[in-house]
Write a protein that binds this ligand. Structure first.
Ligand code: PLP
Length: 413
């Protein structure tokens, strides 16, 4: 009898339990681009999906597979495909699963580059519309007969709106629609989208999972809840080759990863794997720091507004408390009109002015001028992004040092 081990224990021993050579505790970095076989039948069987194995590393590599297995375990899913970046994963699911004549409904509160690529897909003829997904009613009203996918984020960046995750899950299940949840901001440590009936889960591995700002990566996990057998856009050839429950991921691996080529390098997969071992510890610390700082900002006369799901003032605070283990480490603040946003940022000596998030270090960025600059003022206003908004990704530094740096920035001693 096997008992299910805890989140961190599972990650720490995941490689070792597959018995890598020499008793290694880590899966080795396999740099080989291609794989050779003594019997050509083996190679043929791999090409025809009859046998598991590796042919060409653009669509599969043993080091990357070891990371995919870890993400699957973290997400309590069926299987995972890793990509070069989170964006590569997001593009791949659209390319692989959506066809002309289909409709995709996406949250209007999206990561900037996701919004931008969806716009590019619209420009080449796909039908994608945006809806305020903080209420399931809004989503329900926009569902059409040809809606094939609903795409939301858990906690949106930068204004921390939370999608009506559980109700949208019920709605998509009832309608047989693919429900994609981008779990980057919560990570599988705080939240598992499978628990709200998600079909596919996106993670930018670049962020909290890798955690150290030293490797790019992304992933798509199949939760096993969607019935791919009846999904009309699956390539006929695959239906004869693989089990019905693996059709979706076969399609994503072939039509999304193999053909579009957003492949994760084995060296990056290794860095992310090592980083992921401490995900739970880092999240605990970062979330604790974030809540303390959010309370400090909320009580500060020079801060106009704080966006953080852990505060009672947050519109979805209660829902966040029910769904997530903690409230995350991302927040945004708006400064009082009397202080200049750039002057404040330039006074920070410890906090890094940088665009990443989910790093071990605390990072700050003025949102309207940078990550949401291309959108223009109208779309920014629609998405709730003001000109003085600063996004903070809180790291795992000692809290007193962070408080001191922010106090300096606000002109306190
Ligand atoms: C960063 C991010 C992505 C994209 O991930 P990359 O690895 O940077 O390509 C997608 N979604 C969310 C919510 C993100 O924060």
């Amino acid at each position: 009898m096997t008992t299910k081990r805890g989140f961190t224990t599972t990650l720490l021993h995941s490689d070792r339990l597959t018995h890598p050579e020499h008793g290694a505790l880590h899966k080795p970095i396999h740099t080989s681009v291609t794989y050779g076989y003594d019997d050509v039948q083996d190679l043929v069987d791999i090409f025809q999906n009859k046998k598991k194995g590796y042919a060409y590393s653009r669509q599969g590599n043993p080091t990357v597979s070891a990371l995919e297995h870890k993400v699957t375990q973290m997400e309590n899913g069926l299987s995972t495909i890793a990509f070069a970046t989170g964006m590569a994963g997001i593009s791949a699911i659209i390319l692989a699963l959506i066809k002309k004549g289909n409709h995709v409904l996406a949250s209007s509160y999206l990561f900037g580059n996701t919004r931008s690529i969806f716009q590019s897909f619209i420009d080449i003829g796909l039908d994608i519309t945006f809806v305020d997904a903080t209420s399931c009613e809004n989503v329900k009203n926009e569902i059409r007969d040809n809606t094939k996918m609903v795409f939301v984020e858990t906690i949106a960046n930068p204004a921390t709106q939370i999608a009506d995750l559980a109700k949208i899950g019920d709605l998509c299940t009832e309608k047989g629609i693919i429900y994609v949840v981008d779990n980057t901001m919560t990570t599988p440590y705080l939240f598992r989208p499978v628990d709200v009936k998600a079909s596919l889960v996106i993670n930018s591995l670049t962020k909290y999972i890798g955690g150290h700002g030293n490797a790019l990566g992304g992933s798509v996990t199949d939760t096993g809840l969607f019935n791919w057998a009846n999904y009309p856009n699956i390539f006929e050839g695959f239906k004869k080759q693989v089990k019905p429950e693996t059709l979706g991921m076969t399609q994503i691996r072939k039509k999304g990863l193999r053909d579009a080529g957003g492949t994760l390098a084995p060296e990056a997969a290794h860095s992310i794997s090592v980083g992921s071992e401490t995900l739970a510890l880092r999240m605990e610390r970062a979330c604790t720091n974030a809540l303390a700082l959010a309370v400090f900002f909320e009580g500060h006369p020079l801060i106009k507004k704080v966006y953080y799901p852990g505060l009672e003032s947050h519109p979805q605070h209660e829902m966040a408390g029910k769904l997530f283990l903690k409230y995350g480490s991302l927040m945004s603040i708006e400064l009082d009109d009397s202080i200049d946003c750039f002057a404040f940022l330039n006074k920070l000596k410890l906090i890094v002015k940088s665009s990443n998030l989910g790093d071990t270090r605390t990072l700050a960025i003025p949102v309207a001028h940078t990550i949401f600059n291309e959108l223009g003022p109208v779309k920014r206003a629609e998405m709730g992004i003001s000109d003085s908004m600063i996004r903070l990704s809180i790291g795992i530094e000692d809290l007193d040092d962070l408080l001191q740096d922010f106090k300096n920035g606000l002109g306190e001693k």
